[in-house]
Design a binder for this molecule. Structure first.
Ligand code: SF4
Ligand code: SF4
Length: 62
């Protein structure tokens, strides 16, 4: 399963912080001046970060 790296790579992450709860995600200041999530190699691909991200283009609207 993917993680929120996908959202960052698509350029649609706003740095809202909703996914920062995972121990494998750390905020890192990007070139635009806001904190963007960076996922470490320990990611277990559980999908919870994507479930918390309202910008996942593959998520349902319900
Ligand atoms: S462990 Fe789960 S919540 Fe954490 S970065 Fe990986 S997919 Fe996202
Ligand atoms: S929840 Fe989505 S928009 Fe918010 S910081 Fe995480 S990846 Fe970015």
């Amino acid at each position: 399963m993917e993680n929120i790296t996908k959202i960052v790579q698509l350029g649609i992450c706003t740095g809202c912080g909703a996914c920062f709860g995972c121990k494998h995600i750390r905020p890192e200041r990007n070139s635009l001046g806001f904190d963007s999530p960076v996922v470490d190699d320990g990611c277990e691909h559980c999908g919870k970060c994507l479930a918390n991200c309202c910008f996942d283009p593959e998520a349902g609207d319900d």
